[in-house]
Design a protein around this ligand. Structure first.
Ligand code: NI
Length: 397
């Protein structure tokens, strides 16, 4: 098993070739057709059982070890973002307006690298490894994990442990960043329609001005943050769009706001949603307007890393030569990997790719996002190692 890293160094050119192809041919959420084809082809080459069209464009690979053991699922997301690439890499996106700005291309390449490593070490492998190549992580709402779960990927055989990683330009290259417990936020988005009564801009007394009311609502919502939520609990509310009006002398009938709230625990999440509703309604009423408030249904849950499993992951990742492991603060981004961890205990972790000397400094989702490719082999090894070790374990729950 100590040979994993040496083997990963040998297949590094293959991992990079896949990564660059996927980078040049990015596909948006639910449209990952060519990426899925490549994934299926590569898995088949390794003699891994493949199911395509899982939860839409998802691909499931199943590798049975030669010894009895547990079932470990490993996940990579495949979708790109509607961003026009402005990075200076020679393998830039060939699709105008679409870019792998979040690094999911590297996730695909790393997990295929992991599959190569595990297929090679099949006679040492216990239990079963399931490879989950999921669509539409960036989509929000339904996402891509949920449709795959509905298609049964966590059952038959039932998954005992699930692992996934994300590259991050917030973490230095050569470092794994993780923590036990709440790791990423529940991203609840909301829409507010403020209904007033329009009229002439010179005669506000004859109207209920929804733009003025919207301004009061925006301010009051920051009061939810500072006065109504426990200050030691992470919480963010951002109003990110406002639309109203057509002309400088017409007070419109309505104003539309939308935004997002982020929380790391269920109590704060429930309270925040409640207070946003209550405050918005009360402010609107005070000025004679009314509000229609809706929260996006099926927002991603909180990404919660199992304490015991994550303790073991810390130790295993720390044993990979050439890499460091660091406990990091939670982040308030959302991840639908959380949905897999509602079905089985596991850990989601970051693989740092921040490298100033190589110009890998722009954040994920930036049009200039660039990842340090030298760390991809370590990402592949990390997932292979977790699969090897956890498939030999007893269940923690
Ligand atoms: Ni991402």
């Amino acid at each position: 098993m100590s040979g994993l890293l040496a083997d990963a160094k040998k297949i590094e050119p293959e991992i990079l070739k896949i990564r660059r192809w996927v980078h040049q041919n990015p596909e948006l959420s639910y449209h990952e057709k060519e990426t899925a084809k490549l994934v299926a082809r590569e898995l088949e080459k390794l003699g891994i059982e493949v199911k395509t069209g899982v939860g839409g464009t998802g691909v499931l690979g199943i590798l049975k070890g030669s010894k009895p053991g547990r079932v470990v699922a490993l996940r990579a997301d495949m979708d790109a973002l509607p961003v026009d690439e402005r990075s200076n890499v020679p393998f830039k996106s060939k699709v105008p307006g679409v870019m792998h700005a979040c690094g999911h291309d590297t996730h695909v390449a790393m997990l295929l690298g992991t599959a190569m490593l595990l297929a090679k070490h099949r006679d040492e492998l216990h239990g079963t490894v399931k490879f989950l190549f999921q669509p539409a992580e960036e989509h929000g709402g339904k996402g891509g994990a949920e449709p795959m779960i509905e298609d049964g990927v966590m059952e038959n055989p039932k998954v005992d442990f699930v692992f996934g990683l994300h590259i991050s330009n917030r973490v230095p290259s050569g470092t794994f960043g993780l923590r036990a417990g709440a790791f990423m936020a529940a991203p609840d988005s909301f829409k507010i329609k403020i209904v007033g009564r329009g009229g002439h801009g010179s005669a506000p007394q004859e109207t209920v001005d929804p733009i003025f009311v919207a301004a009061q609502v925006i301010n009051a919502l920051q009061g939810v943050s500072s006065r109504m939520i426990d200050p030691v609990k992470p919480f963010v509310i951002s109003v990110c769009s406002i639309h109203a009006g057509t002309k400088d002398n017409v007070i419109p009938d309505e104003a539309m706001l939308s935004g997002t709230i982020r929380t790391l625990d269920d109590r704060t999440r429930k309270r925040a949603i409640d207070k946003v509703r209550g405050t918005t309604n009360a402010v609107c009423r005070a000025f004679g307007a009314s509000a229609e408030i809706s929260f996006m249904e099926d927002a991603y849950p909180i990404t919660y890393n199992d304490d015991r499993v994550t303790g073991v992951v810390f130790r295993l990742l720390g044993g990979i030569p050439g890499m460091k492991t660091r406990e990091i603060e939670p982040v308030l981004g959302g991840e639908d990997f959380s949905r897999f961890m509602e079905k089985a205990p596991g850990t989601f972790y970051f693989l740092g790719t921040h490298n100033k000397a190589k110009g890998c400094v722009y954040p994920n989702h930036s049009s200039r996002f660039k990842a340090d490719e030298d760390v991809l082999k370590y990402g592949a090894v990390s997932l292979a190692k977790l699969a090897m070790e956890f498939s030999r374990k007893k269940a923690t729950r």
